[in-house]
Design a protein around this ligand. Structure first.
Ligand code: 2PG
Ligand code: MG
Length: 420
């Protein structure tokens, strides 16, 4: 059984040029080093208020090199639950502000990698064990807005889901075509302003509905059928829009009541091939979320991100009150691998769907792809189809799909999003 010999933190840089923390866990038998696991904490821009607290990178490095290093040394690296429990105890706060959720998640993931490395297998395989797994269906951003591109559209993510693709690789092929077509359309209109934080186009649109029509146009330009081949997913990140009881659309210079936003979204669902909407209302607006789930939940996937913040107690309350029908899983929202998995287990048991997700501030770290495949989570959200912190993850997915080969369970896209 490999034991933790050393834990080391270092300051590194993320895709927004901001400092973040990397953890390295060295494991061995006796005093002889056998393997190393490494992971980097990501960071969000549109964060839910219930998220665990991240410390500045320097303090997070100090936590790792101090309390965490002392607290984890000599423990067995194969006991992920026990390791995460120890991290939670060492922190001792409900919001993780003593150790920092960024320090905790980097170490928790690095332990998982070190264990896999000691067993000489990739992380996804260690997590899957004897279970057969499928590749997750990607949600890929084409236009970015909101907190990731201030002054662009108000909605944060306009994404595509290649519901008709037969494999992860084919979904990426189609995405490349749609991404290129969308860029060409913007360029032709003189509406291309660069790219947003996650690599999606930063467009100059006049309304928040216009990108939906543009997306449908881009899918068709790419030679694919909107709805049947490629559908649309949105993340409103609506907590960012909430002002004094209303939802403010700065681009359109107007505010909508929850009821008006509800009606707008219902109209969009009728008019465009939308299969999924994330955070359609603010994180504390449970009544609006519940009403929307009641009216749209049979037809589309309704995802709680800022609403659930990967917290089991929030998810359980959502399940009880019939709010949302899916959860976004972000390990750094809570701080440990084990707690993230607990949310997926509870979601699955309740018939809720789940999506493993990256953050808007990312790095070359590809751990989340391994979590999605290894745990059998059927969807993956990583941002757009540009910038290497995103492409590193899509490319890792291609390697895993190749390694799975004929042993993979059928790719679930069509089954997940069959027209309801
Ligand atoms: C989200 C994420 C990723 P952030 O809201 O889903 O798109 O953004 O990391 O800024 O919270
Ligand atoms: Mg979100």
């Amino acid at each position: 059984m490999a034991k933790i010999l050393d834990v080391k933190g270092r300051r590194v840089w993320d895709s927004r040029g901001r400092a973040t923390v990397e953890a390295e866990v060295v494991v061995g038998r006796g005093a002889t080093p056998l393997a190393v696991g490494r992971a980097i904490a990501p960071s969000g821009a549109s964060t839910g208020s219930g998220e665990a607290i991240a410390l500045d990178a320097e303090s997070a490095v100090r936590s790792i090199n101090g309390r965490i290093r002392e607290g984890l040394k000599a423990l067995s690296v194969s006991e992920q639950e026990a390791l995460d429990r120890r991290l939670i105890e060492l922190d001792g706060t409900p919001d993780r502000h003593r150790l920092g959720a960024n320090a905790m998640v980097a170490v928790s993931l690095a332990c998982a990698h070190a264990d896999a490395a000691a067993r000489k297998m990739p992380l996804w395989k260690k997590l899957a064990g004897e279970r057969r797994v499928a590749m997750p269906v990607p949600q890929i951003q084409i236009f970015g807005g909101g907190a990731h591109a201030r002054g662009s559209v108000d909605l944060q993510d306009y994404m595509i889901v290649c519901v008709g693709a037969g494999s992860f690789a084919e979904a990426l092929d189609w995405t490349a075509r749609v991404y290129a077509a969308a860029g060409a359309r913007l360029q032709k209109r003189g509406a291309l302003r660069g790219v947003a934080d996650e690599g999606g186009y930063w467009p100059a649109f006049k309304s928040n509905e216009e990108p939906l029509a543009e997306l449908v146009g881009a899918i068709a330009d790419a030679g694919l059928e909107p709805g049947a081949d490629v559908a649309i997913a949105l993340d409103l990140a609506a907590s960012q829009l909430y002002r004094a009881g209303n939802y403010h659309l700065a681009l359109e210079g107007r505010s909508l009541s929850a009821g008006q936003l509800h009606a707008t979204l219902m109209r969009w669902i009728e008019r465009y091939p939308i299969v999924s909407i994330e955070d359609p209302f603010a994180e504390h607006d449970a009544a609006a979320m519940q009403a929307f789930t009641r009216d749209a939940g049979e037809r589309i996937q309704i995802v709680g991100d800022d609403f659930f913040v990967t917290r089991l107690e929030k998810l359980k309350s959502g399940i009880e009150n019939k709010i949302c029908n899916a959860i976004l899983l972000k390990p750094n929202q809570v701080g440990t691998v084990t707690e993230t998995l607990a949310c997926w287990d509870a979601a699955r048991k309740a018939g809720y769907r789940a999506i493993v997700s990256a953050r808007s501030g990312e790095t070359e770290d590809v751990s989340i792809v391994h979590l999605a495949v290894g745990w059998g989570v059927p969807q993956l959200k990583v941002g757009s189809f540009a910038r290497s912190e995103r492409m590193a993850k899509w490319n890792e997915g291609l390697r895993i799909e190749e390694a799975l080969g004929a042993k993979a369970l059928p790719y679930p896209a069509g089954k997940l999003f069959r027209k309801r």
